[in-house]
Design a protein. Structure first.
Length: 346
């Protein structure tokens, strides 16, 4: 990982010792394939095969840089029957015949795999199956045509971040050391997670008066910050990971979240066992809470209506929409000129 060295060490009482000093100055998670109608999913998905349906198009979700499942140019019922003189014609999103294309694996039995899937490969893949039916008595032959349509979408796993909320007791709200303490807290937390190329962003605090049952009026600092996996150097770390970086990034930020949770747990222990006099600014026991936040890479977004069977995925933005940033929504172009998948601008 970037940053060098081992994991930063933070003694349990380190922050509390700083609190005492501050107070003294002024007296801290592939392939997904599903049809549009969810009830048909068992019939159409079998191991690494996705079967067609003559009645409706089938949605298939392929993680970027991986291979798609085999798209089968027939439905499951047809695959279990005898098929005479079958012929298959696969057409890609660009309207061209897929036979002979370097990026596909097209078998003699009409199964199609798209390899090294990218967002630009998203779109409609259609197959026409022609086969003969021979009358038993007359031996008369007739040719039957069946069409199958697969909507294949590139997707990424969402990038994870964590919004953290924590509280500290202070003597008064209008104390200069409150701000000094907050700045020092951010430095300590950033140091704990710096080797993971994660950092603290969007940090803030407010001081409030709090009246608790059977207690007098207290003053507390309500601290909020986000644990984010995109500290300077994260792209260099990603270059060391083959294919896509989301899994590695999400593991790093999960580790960062756990370290910060462990850090605040140690504050409770230190208050009880390492200080004879409680510092003026100190951690409020059990005040640590975390909210999970997802974001998508530019060109991708979430839509649990259009893509309800891949609701947790960041799915490639469809033509006429775009996503310029790391939010989770593909925006609609006011003047639809975008005709490609994964647009970052109109």
């Amino acid at each position: 990982m970037a940053g060098g060295g081992g994991r930063p060490r933070s003694p349990p009482g380190g922050l509390l010792g700083m609190m005492a000093v501050v107070a003294g100055l002024g007296a801290l998670t592939g392939v997904r394939a599903v049809p549009k109608e969810e009830q048909h999913s068992i019939d159409l998905v079998e191991k690494n095969y996705v079967y067609g349906d003559t009645k409706q198009e089938v949605n298939v979700y392929v993680k970027v840089f991986t291979n798609s499942p085999f798209l089968v140019c027939m439905d499951l019922a047809r695959s279990r029957e005898e098929v005479i003189d079958p012929k298959y014609l696969w057409i890609g999103p660009d309207g061209k015949n897929l036979e002979g294309q370097m990026y596909v694996n097209l078998t003699k039995t009409g199964k199609l795999m798209v390899m090294g899937f990218k967002e630009s490969m998203s779109g409609a893949y259609t197959c026409t199956l022609s086969h003969k039916i021979i009358e038993t008595t007359t031996q008369e032959e007739r040719v039957v045509f069946e069409a199958y349509k697969f909507m294949v979408y590139a997707y990424r796993e969402a990038d994870h971040a964590y919004q953290v909320f924590v509280r500290f007791t202070t003597r008064e709200c209008e104390l200069a050391p409150n701000g000094q303490f907050f700045e020092e807290l951010k430095k300590i937390l950033n140091n704990i997670i710096s080797d993971l190329t994660c950092h603290i962003i969007e940090s803030s605090y407010k001081c409030h008066s709090v009246k608790r049952p059977k207690q007098g009026l207290l003053h507390e600092l309500f601290v909020s910050f986000q644990v984010n996996p995109f500290a300077p150097g994260w792209e260099e770390v990603c270059h060391q990971v083959p294919y896509d970086c989301e899994d590695a990034t999400n593991m790093r930020v999960q580790e960062a979240r756990e370290r910060i949770g462990e850090f605040f747990n140690k504050q409770t222990y230190a208050l009880k066992h390492e200080f004879q006099t409680v510092p003026t600014i100190h951690y409020v026991d059990n005040s640590f809470s975390v909210t999970h936040i997802d974001s998508c890479r530019p060109g991708f977004g979430k839509n649990d209506i259009t893509h309800k069977n891949c609701a947790s995925c960041c799915v490639v933005c469809e033509p006429g929409t775009y996503s310029p940033n790391n939010e989770v929504t593909c925006q609609i172009c006011t003047r639809p000129r975008v005709k490609k998948y994964g647009a970052r601008s109109c």
